[in-house]
Ligand binder design. Structure first.
Ligand code: ZN
Ligand code: ZN
Ligand code: ZN
Length: 332
């Protein structure tokens, strides 16, 4: 399924002023293969030497990956236009690559950044055409990665100037309004100053990731609407419903987690709080469900969470994704 995305994302001509008339997609100009990634470690410019670049511009304006290059044909640097040399390949021990001549004006980073922006733009255009462009986000709550579709948009622009005056690498627009700003990371991450000034929701994705899989972006920093995975959102909703169903107004000193009662199997709430001394009474106002119970094991009274449904004592275990697929609907 990755290959499907890879084979269709193609580069179009990027003119020196940054305008990007759409080029005809050709199978040969498909650019991104996982192989390109492993080369990224070797692209740092060495003083006085040339460097490798992840793609070369063919005469028809498309950018091709080294694997698809043809010996004897001319390829230019996508960024500065310098003539590239095709090196390595199956008959040698070195993987085929584009060698860029020594340059002070150009660098592997600038080429990668340019290509990353171009891939992002093309991927968004493909998404507008109905192809799946997935953003892989790390959940704010449970830290697991999850995928969301790229937000709806109807236009895309490179080097877009936001109302704040900030220029973003790629802007997806909807109804000519900024929808999502995309920053392509090569060496300089979005800093606090920029993050504070960006008006539109934004995300950062590395050029290496874009080169590896143009239709599934591993999002780094971001300020997108969706921050938590569906599992965590469901649990949060379940928690809110339980609080309202049992008319509990939770004091700020408490935390409430959803758990399943071991006795009646109903979803219920487990409360915890910061306590300065062990055995101290929970702060007021105490949520219903917390009860002072004498237990044989402790031979003493202690504060326990009890089920909001059946009032049995609770032992906490976090609700898991597979649990709540089978949850009975909550009582009205
Ligand atoms: Zn160059
Ligand atoms: Zn989560
Ligand atoms: Zn119960």
């Amino acid at each position: 399924m990755v290959a499907e995305g890879l084979s269709r994302v193609t580069f179009s001509r990027v003119t020196t002023d940054g305008a990007t008339p759409r080029g005809k997609a050709s199978a040969r100009s498909s650019v991104v293969t996982p192989k390109m990634r492993s080369d990224s470690k070797r692209t740092e410019p060495r003083p006085g030497r040339g460097f490798r670049v992840p793609g070369g511009r063919a005469l028809d304006g498309s950018i091709v990956p080294p694997e698809d290059s043809v010996r004897g044909q001319d390829y230019g640097c996508p960024s500065c236009g310098s003539q590239l040399v095709v090196r390595g390949g199956s008959e040698t021990r070195v993987r085929r690559h584009f060698a860029h001549p020594r340059s002070t004006a150009c660098s592997a980073e600038s080429v990668k950044h340019l290509m990353g922006k171009e891939i992002a733009r093309l991927a968004i255009e493909r998404a507008m055409g109905g192809h799946a462009l997935t953003l892989e986000i790390r959940c704010n709550s449970c830290s697991s990665p999850f995928g969301v579709p790229f937000p709806t948009c109807d236009a895309v622009a490179l080097e877009y100037t936001e109302s704040s005056g900030r220029i973003v690498d790629v802007m997806a627009l909807e109804g000519s309004l900024p929808a999502v700003a995309v920053e392509v990371l090569v060496t300089h991450a979005v800093d606090e100053a920029k993050a504070g000034e960006l008006r539109a929701p934004w995300l950062e994705v590395s050029a290496d990731d874009l080169l590896t899989d143009p239709m599934r972006w591993r999002v780094g920093q971001h300020r997108l609407k969706t921050k938590t995975c569906e599992n965590c959102r469901t649990i949060a909703q379940c928690r809110a419903e339980l609080l309202s169903q049992h008319e509990i107004e939770l004091d700020a000193s408490y935390r409430a987690d959803v758990t399943l009662c071991g006795s009646c199997r109903a979803p219920t709430l487990f409360f915890s709080w910061d306590s300065t001394s062990a055995g101290a009474a929970p702060p007021d106002p105490r949520p219903r469900g917390l009860r002072n119970i004498w237990t044989l094991a402790a031979r003493a009274y202690g504060w326990w969470n009890t089920c909001l449904e059946c009032e049995d004592m609770l032992h906490f275990s976090a609700l898991r994704a597979e649990d709540y697929q089978h949850l009975p609907p909550l009582r009205e």
